[in-house]
Design a binder for this molecule. Structure first.
Ligand code: MN
Length: 404
């Protein structure tokens, strides 16, 4: 939709990643003002509640949900209008006053998360985890090649980038101990993931096939699924992740519309065995996003999202195959993104091979799991329609000591 020949009158720093071809949505406020919705351009946010756009009243809310619920035609109409406002010189005088420097605003969680599901769609990640935790068993669980494994997470603890993460306490059982102990997690980890934000709901009892993805899914965020490996390892049998993950999940402050990622689509890896018919994707696509994991100021991994085995469309089809309804604000995440190379692993569990092979940083530090005070930053970029690159909203979090 974005006309590649257009340029914006708004200032956009070179290599910004937030040019006219991107235009992600977020929620912002200046001190003393109510939070409302805006679109990022360069290092500014356009106050959508103050300019003439379709469904303008939606943007006075402190979340994107009203807008998300309107569906694809409305998403396209607003995006087209924002491009017009930011590119036509005739709008400059009236719009410029509603372009606020990012430095003057605080960003909050851009949408109210309804249900949250996390998948497990990277084959390299699933094989690594299998080898680390179950070295004497087959690499992948029996079901892995047949369905996108997932679990329902805790929507209420999804937080915006920048929110500190308090080290969780819980029950763990060291392998050599006779009984479990209680205390702060000693194996606090990250999972670098990509999250999808649902806009248009579906009806209970109906299915949403992969082919309907663009009608229901609005956009994309980066996501850090903070994970306490020691709590997780002791609690997960037989019902899956629980308190080892529910303490916090961080997402970008900016939601990138799918419409901005059209040229980032590529053919996903071939699937063998062929999946069951309900998982067939008539037009399968993956996103060519290269992620970056920064710890302690150093890039420790570059996970390639293009290598994910199960596609976003298949995840959506699987999530609704039993008739479970989608709600506006649902979030489903890809699972840890890991590629086949060591420098492409999306968790410290894998990067340090269960803590047995510490990762040597340039600073001299040897890393196994996160320490108090550590800051982790996730980034990702993709090709944009106009030849520039899109930078997804980054995800940062700093670990605070456990509460006594
Ligand atoms: Mn995860």
């Amino acid at each position: 939709m974005t006309d590649a020949s257009r340029s914006s009158w708004a200032p956009i720093p070179a290599g910004s990643g937030f040019g006219l071809a991107h235009l992600p949505y977020g929620v912002f406020a200046r001190p003393g003002e109510a939070p409302r919705c805006g679109v990022r351009i360069g290092d500014s946010v356009l106050d959508l509640s103050r300019v003439s756009v379709p469904h303008g009243a939606d943007f006075g809310h402190p979340s994107l949900n009203a807008f998300l619920g309107r569906g694809r035609a409305a998403w396209s109409a607003v995006r087209a209008r924002v491009v017009e406002l930011l590119s036509e010189p005739s709008f400059r005088d009236s719009v410029d006053a509603h372009l606020l420097p990012l430095a003057e605003v605080t960003l909050s969680l851009p949408w109210e998360v309804a249900d949250y599901v996390d998948f497990y769609s990277s084959q390299a990640h699933a094989r690594n985890v299998g080898a680390i935790f179950r070295p004497d068993s087959p690499g992948l669980p029996d079901n892995w090649m047949h369905l996108p494994i997932g679990y329902h997470g805790r929507a209420g603890t999804v937080v915006v980038s920048g929110t500190p993460v308090v080290r969780p306490c819980g029950q763990r059982k060291p392998p050599t101990a006779a009984a479990p102990v209680y205390g702060p997690s000693r194996r606090l980890d990250i999972e670098a993931e990509v999250g999808f934000v649902v806009g248009a709901p579906s009806t209970l009892g109906s299915r949403v096939p992969a082919s309907a993805f663009a009608e229901h899914v609005f956009g994309v965020v980066l996501l850090n699924d903070w994970s306490a490996r020691d709590i997780q390892a002791w609690e997960y049998v037989p019902l899956g992740p629980f308190l080892g993950k529910s303490f916090a999940t961080s997402v970008s402050a900016w939601v990138t519309p799918l419409e901005a990622l059209g040229v980032a689509r590529i053919t996903p890896p071939a699937q063998d065995p062929a999946p069951l018919a309900y998982l067939a994707d008539p037009d399968p696509w993956a996103l060519d996003l290269v992620l970056e994991v920064e710890l302690d100021g150093e890039i420790v991994s570059q996970p390639p999202f293009a290598t994910m085995y199960w596609t976003p469309g298949q995840q959506l089809a699987h999530l609704t195959v039993n008739g479970a309804a989608l709600r506006t604000g649902d979030l489903f995440a890809s699972g840890t993104v890991s590629g086949p190379e060591r420098g492409q692993r999306g968790s410290l569990l894998e990067l340090s091979w269960g803590g047995r092979e510490p990762l040597a940083l340039a600073s001299g530090r040897e890393v196994t799991f996160l320490e108090d005070g550590d800051t982790v930053v996730l980034r990702a970029s993709a090709q944009a329609a106009d030849g520039t690159r899109i930078t997804l909203g980054d995800v940062t979090g700093t670990i605070l000591p456990a509460i006594d």
